[in-house]
Design a protein around this ligand. Structure first.
Ligand code: SAM
Length: 395
């Protein structure tokens, strides 16, 4: 979380300051910039040179940069009383001038317009069963709300910490929290959550979302963090998927050998790599600006971690996917969006076709073969659970 701390620590406020410090310490400006922007502890002789130039001890520098290794945490722990007195026993309060207003309600939900942290400050701690959050990724995207999606990494991470901590407060004991983001940001978010909740999974959702980049692996997954408050989730409704088969010929992709008849008729266990979440292309509600997620993703998360009547909260409305799926699945929900909520209202006023889509998704899970798969397998003469049994019976 301590990006850009190095410059602050070294009193570097301008290019001139940077050049001057580079000259004194003999560390190239490019390298100082790298340490600063990445929030890293300088390496090897660079570290020694900074200590010499500034007169800081390594301990002092690490504290200033927020690099709290276990040995430092042990020391802070041993002196917590003195430190607390030194700080007047106060935790800093975060000032906020943001606001929110009530927008509309539906049979199951309440929608607000404005800033999510402002709304979360008014909600009861420990009141939400399931939180799903899909924040902006700081990628300079245009949002209808006109929000700035390209702030400094430091600003983005400070803001992230604010809303993530509020989510932790709002979650009920036994409740579940899911956060959808780029893997890079989710490493920072995991660092916050690991100190407060129980890590369940880093779910990799296979989506080719960018062009291949030179000297980098081709980024092809979004990360979905899954944590619970307390060791065990109050709700974990098993989700099973149909067997993967060849799309063209309907045949097996893997060799199940003698295990075919041992496969669970309700389908294959859901893993932490999700290959079957489609991009939203044809939705009638798709607008480029809203970065709408697939209803299939939300159907899975909500069915997995909540029951009818539970309360779902999503702090980043967008086009309202979480709210539409919650409404269809009869979960209570609370929503908020910084920009206009008109799109969300329209979407919730007309759930018909979305309801059919959810029914289709639900019809195609928790079975080993869907109806469509069965048809092609019968046509092409591939095995089905009943044909295995018939074979046994005739042997
Ligand atoms: C990535 S989109 C969410 C898309 C949503 N999951 C969907 O499927 O439609 C993030 C949304 O959060 C909104 N947003 C950004 N900052 C916010 C804030 N502080 N409070 C509430 N909403 C915010 C943006 O305007 C944007 O619509």
């Amino acid at each position: 979380m301590f990006k850009n701390r190095l410059y602050k620590t070294l009193n570097i406020a301008s290019n001139e300051d940077l050049k001057l410090f580079s000259k004194k310490s003999k560390i190239p400006t490019k390298k100082l910039k790298y340490y600063n922007e990445q929030g890293l502890l300088p390496y090897h002789e660079d570290l020694q040179s900074i200590l010499q130039t500034t007169g800081f001890t390594e301990f002092e520098l690490k504290i200033k940069l927020g690099i709290l290794d276990d040995s430092i945490l042990d020391l802070l722990n041993a002196h917590s009383k003195e430190i607390s007195i030194l700080m007047n026993n106060n935790l800093p309060q975060i000032e906020s001038n943001s606001h929110h207003t009530f927008a509309f309600e539906t049979q199951f939900g309440q929608m607000y317009q404005g800033d999510c942290v402002s709304l979360m400050n008014t909600m009861k701690n420990g009141s939400v069963d399931l939180i799903f959050a899909d924040p902006p990724f700081n990628l300079d995207k245009e949002y209808e709300s006109g929000m700035n999606d390209k702030v400094s990494e430091e600003q983005y991470l400070r803001w992230t910490e604010q809303w993530v901590l509020k989510c932790v407060d709002l979650l009920k004991e036994g409740g579940s929290l899911f956060i959808w983001n780029l893997p890079k940001w989710n490493t920072y978010i995991a660092n916050i959550l690991n100190k407060r909740l129980t890590f369940k999974h880093w779910i990799a959702t296979d989506i080719k979302y960018r062009l291949p980049i030179k000297n980098k692996l081709y980024p092809s997954h979004y990360s979905l963090l899954y944590y619970t408050k307390g060791e065990k989730a109050n709700t974990f409704n098993e989700q099973r998927l149909p067997l993967e088969i060849c799309r063209k010929c309907g045949g097996d992709i893997r060799d199940y050998g003698g295990y075919k008849d041992k496969l669970n008729p309700l389908g294959i266990n859901l893993t932490d790599v999700w290959y079957d979440i489609p991009p939203v292309r044809h939705s009638k509600f798709k607008t480029r600006e809203s970065n709408e997620l697939s209803m299939k993703l939300l159907e899975r998360v909500i069915s997995l971690s909540s029951n009818v009547g539970d309360l779902v909260f999503d702090p980043f409305g967008g086009s309202g996917t979480t709210y539409a799926v919650s409404e269809i699945l009869k979960r209570k929900w609370i929503g908020i969006e910084l920009g206009s909520v008109d799109l969300i209202k329209n979407r919730l006023d007309d759930l018909g076709y979305q309801q059919s889509y959810i029914e289709e998704i639900q019809g195609n899970k928790n079975v080993l073969f869907t109806e469509q798969m069965r048809k092609i397998r019968i046509k092409k003469g591939h095995w089905l659970p009943e044909t295995l049994k018939n074979k046994d019976a005739s042997n």
